[in-house]
Write a protein that binds this ligand. Sequence first.
Ligand SMILES: [Zn+2]
Length: 211
Amino acid sequence: MKLAILDRDGTLNLPGDGYIASPDEWIVLPGALEAVARLNRAGWRVVLACNQPGLGRGLFDVTVLNAIHAKMYRQLAALGARIDAVFFCPHAPQDACDCCLPRPALLAQICERYGVEAPQLLVAGASAALLEAASALGVRALHCVAANAPHADLPAGTQVHASLAAMVEQVLQEAQPPLAAATPGARDAPVPTEAPLPLPVAPTPGAPHAA
Ligand SMILES: [Zn+2]
């Protein structure tokens, strides 16, 4: 199974200035939910993992959090996109829990739930905490989706993208088989010894694509 784990604030929606404490404050980033739809169509299941310390601090309750996510699910559904579940740490920092990112327990729980090994995961987020947790667990495909994130804080090997949409564009392009492999009969054709090597097809950065 192809499983992608994303964080929420700054990845799907505007980060706000601290806590997203009501559905009205959850404002989607342009293209983010369409990017989830593209992942889904390419066979990826998508879940979220995030800290919700506002719960532990009593700034809002689970009913409010569910209402925020109900708004998100409605907007996803309108685009034919699906996020399977939201895994979150409900604790305040002083609770010293195990599930708080960047500790890896929350991601380990997701792996167990879905029967997926960590190295197979694709993890993308705007904050370093999710990426640190994923790195600690052995995830190899680490993607920061905020171009202005402080790169010194990111785990080694993290690829940086301007947005979730840009990340998905690149991941799906890399997943496509090389054109030569799809040429029928190529294997049987005589190969001239001095034939020039085929030029690689370079992806066009920022090329528009059909909505
Ligand atoms: Zn926790």
